[in-house]
Design a binder for this molecule. Structure first.
Ligand SMILES: *[C@@H]1O[C@H](CO)[C@@H](O)[C@H](O)[C@H]1NC(C)=O
Ligand SMILES: *[C@@H]1O[C@H](CO)[C@@H](O)[C@H](O)[C@H]1NC(C)=O
Ligand SMILES: *[C@@H]1O[C@H](CO)[C@@H](O)[C@H](O)[C@H]1NC(C)=O
Ligand SMILES: *[C@H]1O[C@H](CO)[C@@H](O)[C@H](O)[C@H]1NC(C)=O
Length: 474
């Protein structure tokens, strides 16, 4: 009921907007002319005509009420009318829950602030592509040569294409699952329903710099001088570095000394003042990994087996950025017991998958296309990981030990980026040694489920009589 009335209201609103904009155009175009009759016929030829069968009318009338409301709030109707008068458009419409519930409330508030209209417009236009993309034409194979990269209507994201891919039995646009392909089909466009909001980097950056500015200004009154636990010297007073600028020390100076096989410490009460809440961001990305599916082993290692999650949280809190190359569960299952049983091996393995830079699928793909081979630093000094283009994707490592970028941009928030890969990477010298010293463990033994790393770690801890400390082992 309410819906129907709402729909009618919307149609009226659109009609009003169309009438207003055409008559506005008429006035503007013909201010010098007094021949009204002539002018009205001429404007109908020049200014965008909106057909009641248009995809725009369908959008405003659809169950994507949150999206259409935002399109109106962002004053985008006229832009879109002009777009559909020239070409078809494809709209990837986030379902209402994605815009209502799933969006970080702080981010949503940011978008709705009048001063941030441009960010809201960019965000919405990022969901629209200036051509007709019917689901019948989507690539269904990752090495398919059909171009699956599309540029959106968001001009500030011209270098950030949206990729349509097929994985885990579903189509995705960038990170969002397309749950209703071809939901609404009209002569001038198509609407596909997607499960989450796509956020262009520019908007993310605007938001992050705004947020860090606010966080820093909130912290500004300095308390007692602090002693740096790493150097045992007095911490320098907060440097006047601009908000969001990277920390002065290289990330290696900020890392905890030496790997230690220890469960994550319980979070202490009231943490220190951080510019960024790195812990929350890490938690968020691990939640995302778990929801995404197929990355439980890595999540388990980060959270339960080692203190890496809190270590990463601390680094991010201090302003460092990280890209996580996340091996999926299948890849993890192929690790041999020998590869895991050295003390500190899980940390060393994970450190080799952490790149102290913020990279997305897009930026890495562009880099390997442009430069051929790219070497990224890892947190496992001094080893670097090599990336190159292969089969229209990014391939890391070399030879047998290589892995494809398989699930791009699982999580990207401007500080942490998580890229799913289909293999576990080892520094070159170790890939040579590892298979020799350890015949692969029978594959069948690998499937069951507490992670294998967990098993090994629990066994080791058991041997040292520390079992009781490590609740996850029971
Ligand atoms: C939109 O796509 C349809 C079907 O491909 C085509 O017939 C039509 O001419 C296109 N419209 C515009 C404005 O390009
Ligand atoms: C796909 O593109 C690559 C190079 O970009 C080319 O070597 C390969 O032959 C193409 N494959 C098909 C099936 O066209
Ligand atoms: C950590 O261990 C607990 C208890 O065994 C388990 O319920 C939880 O899912 C694990 N966390 C992750 C991220 O795997
Ligand atoms: C408005 O009307 C005049 C005729 O008086 C016509 O020549 C012109 O095309 C119209 N204005 C514009 C700019 O289209």
């Amino acid at each position: 009921m309410g819906f129907q009335i709402y729909g009618v209201f919307r149609r009226l609103l659109l009609l009003m907007i169309v009438v207003c904009s055409t008559s506005g155009a008429t006035l503007r175009e013909n201010s010098s002319s007094s021949s009204k009759k002539h002018s009205s016929s001429s404007t109908s030829a020049t200014s965008p005509q909106i057909n009641s069968n248009s995809v725009l009318v369908a959008l405003l009338d659809s169950h994507y009420t949150e999206l259409s409301e935002l399109v109106e709030k962002a004053l985008l109707l006229q832009t879109l009318e002009e777009a559909v008068s020239k070409h078809n458009i494809t709209i990837f419409a986030p379902k209402n829950e994605a815009l209502e519930r799933d969006l970080d409330p702080e981010f949503k508030r940011f978008l709705l602030e009048p001063g941030n209209l441009k960010s809201l417009q960019n965000l919405l236009l990022f969901h629209m592509i200036p051509s007709r993309i019917d689901s019948a034409h989507w690539p269904h194979h990752r090495s398919s040569n059909k171009s699956s990269h599309h540029t959106s209507l968001c001009k500030d994201a011209f270098d950030e294409s949206l990729r349509i891919s097929h994985r885990n039995g579903d189509d995705h646009i960038s990170v969002a699952r397309i749950f209703k392909p071809n939901d609404i089909v009209r002569p001038d466009g198509i609407i596909h329903g997607i499960e989450r909001v796509l956020i262009p980097k520019s908007v993310q950056q605007d938001f992050n710099s705004r947020r860090s500015l606010r966080a820093i200004s909130a912290v500004l009154p300095e308390g007692a001088p602090e002693v740096d636990p790493r150097t045992h010297r007095l911490k320098k007073p907060a440097s006047p570095a601009p908000a969001g600028s990277p920390p002065a020390l290289p990330i290696y100076d900020a890392m905890a000394p030496g790997p230690s096989l220890a469960p994550a410490p319980a979070p202490g009460p009231g943490g220190p003042h951080h510019h960024f809440d790195g812990e929350a961001q890490i938690k968020d990305f691990i939640q995302t990994l778990l929801h995404y599916g197929g990355y439980n082993e890595l999540a388990d290692i980060l959270v339960n087996l080692t203190s890496l999650a809190s270590e990463m949280g601390r680094l991010v809190s201090e302003g460092y950025v990280l890209t996580v190359l996340a091996p999926n569960d299948e890849a993890m299952a192929k690790l041999t017991t020998d590869q895991l049983s050295e003390p500190g091996a899980p940390e060393q393995i994970v450190y080799y998958h952490l790149i102290p830079e913020y990279q997305t699928e897009e930026s890495m793909y562009n880099a390997v296309r442009r430069f051929g081979k790219v070497r990224y630093d890892t947190l496992r000094l001094p080893h670097k990981v090599v990336a190159e283009e292969a089969d229209g994707s990014v391939k890391f490592g070399q030879g047998d030990g290589s892995a494809y970028l398989f699930d791009p941009d699982i999580y990207t928030d401007g500080r942490i980026s998580v890229q799913g890969i289909d293999g576990v990477l080892m520094p070159p010298e170790e890939t040579k040694l590892a298979p020799k010293s350890s015949p692969p463990v029978a594959k069948a033994a690998v499937k069951p489920r507490r992670g294998k790393l967990m098993e090994v770690a629990c066994r080791m801890l058991g041997a040292f009589g520390q079992d009781s400390q490590f609740t996850s082992c029971h």
